[in-house]
Design a protein around this ligand. Structure first.
Ligand code: F6R
Length: 325
């Protein structure tokens, strides 16, 4: 079935529509209503996990961006410090991981040479190395002490989509587990997060079937001839922008930059002209007002803002030229 497009124009579009199933299958039988998480394949029992001092994540491309999202979840929910690095840099730096540390190599295919090499370096230093991968029996699973499988099904499109969201979900489960083991989350807090994670497949599926998904196509069409795009976000919106910009470059060949919005005034603002499209992740969060002030700065330069915002937030419509709900 994976080798057929099932009526979709491209494998990428088909795989985008397979995201609800990928998310559901990745959490199925691991996540429980009370906020507990089963992850025996990590090969670390609860006592050892509770003693983890720090976590390092190594990966490339889209998998690296999943790691950056994961850092927010792990640090916020469990208080464990996380360092995330592109594997091609990590492997040539002094490795400071050691016994008592957890190193996670994220690789959808399980075969990316730089990620495998970075995992090997960390393992030689005595860290417990886990492969987060979509492919059973891949090299990463053979080189690691433990595994965490995403269950996204085969991804044929070159641009990673459903495997990326499945990686984020797997990292959310790990964060929840660590949060409970470290007593960083209250039992009620863990239960609440579990129910929010469990709701994700339904939310994504409703979105993909809604008019909002068609509106994205209209916005894409109207901006498709612009020569340059800038993506801006804050907090977890930063890796979301990195990933969005990577996809835009890869799929449309349009030069694109992505920056933490607060960095814009330190240089990248010079790139903006009258009418330059700037995609701003402005979903409801504690940094919403900060993002709105960045939007005002780029508007003052004559740029056009495409905001990615939470449905029902009417304030954003006053500031943006287009909104992707
Ligand atoms: C971009 C993309 C690549 C991969 C990268 C790592 O859409 O798919 O950036 O994410 O080549 O691949 P894996 O995850 O297989 O190690």
């Amino acid at each position: 079935d994976a080798a057929e497009k099932a009526g979709f124009e491209t494998f990428m579009l088909k795989e985008i529509h397979e995201q609800p199933t990928a998310i559901h299958d990745t959490m199925a039988d691991r996540l429980h209503e009370d906020g507990s998480v089963d992850m025996a394949e990590l090969a670390l029992d609860d006592a050892a996990l509770a003693r983890i001092g720090k976590i390092q994540i190594v990966a490339c491309g889209t998998s690296y961006h999943a790691g950056l999202v994961g850092r927010h979840l792990i640090e916020e929910w469990s208080g464990v410090p996380v360092h995330v690095e592109v594997a091609s840099e990590y492997r040539y730096r002094t490795c400071l991981a050691g016994p008592g540390d957890l190193v996670i190599g994220i690789t959808q295919s399980g075969e990316t040479a730089d990620t495998l090499a970075a995992m090997r370096v960390a393992r030689q230093r005595g860290a417990h190395v886990v492969a987060l991968t979509n492919i059973m029996g891949s090299q990463a699973t053979r080189d690691a002490d433990g595994v965490m499988y995403t269950r996204a099904g085969l991804e044929i499109g070159v641009a990673a989509t459903k495997t990326h969201v499945a990686q984020v979900v797997a990292l959310a489960l790990l964060s929840l587990k660590l949060g409970r083991l470290k007593w960083h989350l209250t039992p009620e807090g863990a239960r609440e997060l579990a129910s929010e994670i469990a709701a994700l497949p339904g939310i994504v599926s409703t979105y993909l079937d809604s008019d909002a998904a068609n509106d994205v196509a209209d916005v894409a069409r109207s901006y498709s001839r612009r020569p340059f795009f800038l993506y801006l976000g804050r907090h977890v919106g930063v890796p979301v922008c990195f990933e969005g910009a990577l996809k835009l470059k890869e799929i449309s060949y349009i030069p694109t930059e992505a920056y933490p919005a607060g960095e814009m005034k330190h240089g990248p603002i010079a790139l903006l002209d009258e009418g330059s499209p700037v995609v701003c992740v402005a979903t409801d969060s504690h940094v919403f007002d900060k993002v709105v002030s960045n939007i005002q700065e780029v508007k003052a330069r004559g740029a056009q803002v495409i905001a990615v915002a939470t449905e029902g937030n009417s304030e954003i419509e006053e500031h943006a030229d287009a909104v992707l709900w």
